[in-house]
Design a protein around this ligand. Sequence first.
Ligand code: F6R
Length: 366
Amino acid sequence: EKGGYDHFMLKEIYEQPDAIKDTFRGRMLVEQGIIRMAGVDDHFEKFLQAPRIIIVACGTSWHAGLVAEYIFEEFTRIPVEVEYASEFRYRNPIIHKGDVVIAISQSGETADTMAAIKLAKGQGAFVFGVCNVVGSSISRETHAGAYTHAGPEIGVASTKAFTTQITVLTLMALKISKAKGILSKTALHRYLQEMELIPAKVEEALKSNEHIKAVAEEYKNASNFLYLGRGYNFPVALEGALKLKEISYIHAEGYPAAEMKHGPIALIDEQMPVAVIATRKGHYEKVVSNIQEIKSRKGKIIGIVTQGDTEVRGLADYVIEVPETLEALTPLLTTIPLQLLSYHIAVMLGKNVDQPRNLAKSVTVE
Ligand code: F6R
């Protein structure tokens, strides 16, 4: 059942090239520059007219929502708010007529997300679901939706659900962008071509597994970890920290790299490993200077970099390479080494990776 892997989590990490392919299969007509998603097509005017998009989710799905915020605002110019479902449901949120609510949930059973959906529906919003489990409660409660088609995710720590959620949300944003005349046909074509290459690039990123094991070995006894990223990769930093916390029980925090100087930098000393996402596109030079700030305080730097990078390599204690891609698609690659890093640390510490203490795969109570 684990297909030769020691844990479901590792199997699911390695399934990502196929899972992402399954997510976009039949939805992208690359040569024609067309994206087909029935749930979006059936309600396309609502998306095109939306004055605002509100994303509700919990945990890892909320992180996918944050990545989507960057992508939707960049490509569709629709203002996006990303809310923890548990907060949204209890704070008398402002929902305007015409607002589109997107609920993201792997299991489709999360109680807080479900309550947020019911609230939004009650106030007249159109609610779109991005779920993995077919026929789940949330997929039935929403007006329309798009499945991630990641296949069953058994490991409690979400991996392939996250990257496929980002894939679905990216396709939606590209499709709306094109229809709004923001993205040209040529530009859309370029994105689709690149999306088609992502599974192979994820495969390539997975080849760093042995090297990542060595990094895990080096830092497995740390009591704290920091994860930093900017732009599209800020939510990836949050997700990297969550993965480490939930399966290894090491305290970790994710931060926007530039926010460090407003507080967390005080934590940095020679005991503190800091994973910094520093891919070549997107605020690269800024992140490099953030790395220098950590280094001058003797923090240990694990750089997640673009293949062939030399600048960060010169500063970092370890670098882990991912292939180059378009900036908006980098989260699909930078997530991979962070999943593997937390996996190996947890295994080395003898933790129950697939069923971490205190956690359940579906959180059906609030
Ligand atoms: C993290 C994790 C949880 C879930 C969260 C939402 O690895 O598994 O944080 O992401 O409970 O679950 P879904 O997506 O099923 O609504």
